[in-house]
Design a protein around this ligand. Structure first.
Ligand code: ATP
Ligand code: MG
Length: 556
């Protein structure tokens, strides 16, 4: 992926041109500016990989700036989770900064605009202000407050800060152009009154800067060279430049790329918060959530997420990425790194009638056949009675069924070839036991039987099996674009979580490490859940071995 010949994306082209021309002495400083009003999601990962990746590539740095200008929705819990997620993804920021640290400077900037005669206090109601802006086809009209004197504006703005006015009683607006074809330039709001406690500044302020007034100036205060954001900010760019020009401060520049959209999920923090608050999911880190913490708990690795973000690239036009690509990236990584284990999720008992009762053998399996040396090996106990998957047996199999059926032979992984001799059923006709014979000379690794079989199935020794809970996840939404629905929550996939309370696993899985991926042979990739305990291990399925949805679609 990270190969040198890869062609440059458009932001890299801009940066390389800037370096060539000696702009900012070739310095590159980017920033990642989350609002601490929720947990980071995979869309943020794209922005993180881009911002930190560019800085790394061009010997620059990246600031982490919490864009905390909205006291009502922001919390310290979110700040901590965001820092944790960025570190986990493998990135280090140069400085940890807060827009709220600039409140005093931003206030002074606003005063400067008032003094220049390009900002005014407006007493109009929100409705009146909206009306004053006109429509895209009709110019706006000044409100009665637009021509207040500089002195009056300075006094009123100071009073706004002092707390004597109620929320919404007044706002500060930039005086730009009420007839501009760009609605964002029609005297935008720059400060509003909000008597609310802020997670860092407490009750010090009751006026807060609007996003457009805070963002570019914060970039400028930090001497950010390339301020990268998503396409919806294209129409804000003239305003970004206008403030910087009026204030004659460091000329940061904004560049826009297409945000990541993924099908079968929602990505806005506001919607994710609804899923959490209304208990559709267990929390922000529910393994079905597209959050970084959810993906981590599900078993995604930092490498897989970084590779995904690099693979989708940096586009200038909106598109929708298939969730299958994210799953491809985690399979690709786990195939290389996951340790192989055997687990039976839907068990039926298999008895090897010619294997001595009470006899036990210790078989050996490599941890990871994908790497030379196998990363060591583990012992797998074998005995007369085994659990196998119910679906690995069929009484009347179709042609080419290479698993177990009366009279057919299969290999037991790491063990022997067996032949099905008989099935035992209960009074309801449900199979309770499958009786087989085994070929003693067919032991894996020392097979002298000369018998060739087509199928291999996994198993767990009944007397050695450990019981664990297994959680199988599927996509959270059953429609491609939930946001297009009238009520996105109505399209939640009712089968997005299946809990298997008693699955049988080989004993070594009791030593599973948190955060590590395990391939349950033939069943998928799994990882320990964060709520797992030694008395009750819980495994999450990260992803199936193959794309089962692609097959569904082909079948029609
Ligand atoms: P949301 O709409 O999910 O709440 P946001 O844009 O309001 O997202 P911020 O905390 O403001 O969230 O975002 C921090 C940074 O992450 C911004 O630079 C934003 O452009 C970027 N970002 C957010 N969502 C995406 C996405 N889906 N794809 C790429 N970048 C994103
Ligand atoms: Mg935002």
């Amino acid at each position: 992926m990270e190969n040198e010949e890869k062609s440059l994306n458009f932001i890299e082209e801009i940066i390389e041109a800037d370096i060539r021309s000696g702009k900012h002495d070739g310095r590159v400083l980017t920033r990642f500016p989350p609002e601490p009003n929720g947990y980071l999601h995979i869309g943020h990962a794209k922005s993180i990989v881009l911002n930190f990746g560019l800085a790394k590539k061009y010997n620059g740095k990246t600031n982490l700036r919490f864009d905390d200008t909205n006291p009502v929705t922001e919390e310290t819990e979110y700040v901590e989770s965001i820092k944790n997620d960025i570190k986990w993804l493998g990135f280090e920021w140069a400085e940890e900064l807060y827009t709220s640290d600039y409140f005093e400077t931003l206030y002074a900037y606003a005063v400067k605009l008032i003094e220049k005669g390009v900002a005014y206090v407006d007493d109009s109601s929100p409705e009146e202000i909206a009306a004053s802006k006109g429509t895209p086809t009709e110019p706006g009209k000044p409100t009665p407050y637009r021509d207040r004197t500089v002195e009056e504006n300075l006094l009123l703005f100071e009073e706004m800060r002092s707390g004597i006015y109620l929320d919404g009683a007044k706002v500060l607006r930039a005086k730009i152009d009420l007839a501009s074809p760009n609605m964002h330039l029609r005297d935008p709001l720059i400060y509003r009154i909000k008597h609310a406690n802020h997670h860092r500044t407490g009750d010090k302020w009751c006026i807060y800067p609007m996003y457009d007034f805070a963002h570019g100036q914060s970039d400028s205060i930090e001497n950010i060279t390339h301020s990268i954001c998503t396409l919806e900010f294209v129409p804000h760019r003239p305003l970004y430049d206008w403030f910087i020009e009026q204030l004659a401060i460091f000329p940061s520049k904004q560049y826009e790329f297409a945000r990541l959209n993924l099908n079968y999920t929602v990505m806005s923090k506001r919607k994710l918060l609804q899923l959490v608050n209304e208990k559709y999911v267990e929390g922000w880190n529910d393994p079905r959530m597209p959050t970084i913490s959810g993906l981590r708990r599900r078993g995604y690795t930092p490498v897989s997420i970084r590779n995904f973000c690099e693979r989708i690239g940096v586009a200038k036009r909106e598109n929708i990425i298939d969730l299958g690509l994210l799953e491809f990236c985690i399979r690709e990584d786990l195939n290389k790194t996951a340790w192989r284990r055997m687990a039976v999720l839907n068990p039926v008992k298999l008895v090897i009638t010619n294997y001595p009762e009470g006899k036990e053998e210790t078989l050996i399996g490599e941890n990871n056949p994908e790497v030379a040396g196998g990363e060591g090996e583990r012992s797998i106990p074998f005995s007369r009675e085994l659990w196998i998957e119910r679906e690995d047996f069929m009484e009347n199999p179709p042609k080419k069924f290479f698993r177990l059926a009366p009279g057919l032979m299969v290999r037991l992984k790491h063990a022997y070839i067996i032949k099905c001799e008989e099935v035992v059923k209960d009074e309801n006709g449900i199979i309770t036991e499958i009786h087989c014979s085994y070929i003693p000379e067919s032991k894996s690794g020392e097979d002298t039987s000369g018998i060739k079989v087509k199928g291999t199935i996994h198993w767990v020794s009944v007397s050695h099996a450990k019981t664990v809970e297994v959680r199988l996840y599927d996509r959270l939404f059953s429609v491609e674009n939930p946001v297009a629905m009238e009520n996105f929550k109505a399209s939640i996939n009712p089968d997005s979580l299946e809990i298997i309370e008693n699955a049988y696993v080989e004993p070594d899985l009791l030593h599973a490490e948190p955060g590590k991926g395990y391939q349950f042979i033939r069943k998928g990739y799994f990882t320990l859940d964060t709520k797992s305990t030694s008395s009750k291990p819980v495994f999450n399925r990260t992803v199936t071995l193959r794309d089962t949805w692609a097959k569904e679609i082909q079948k029609g």
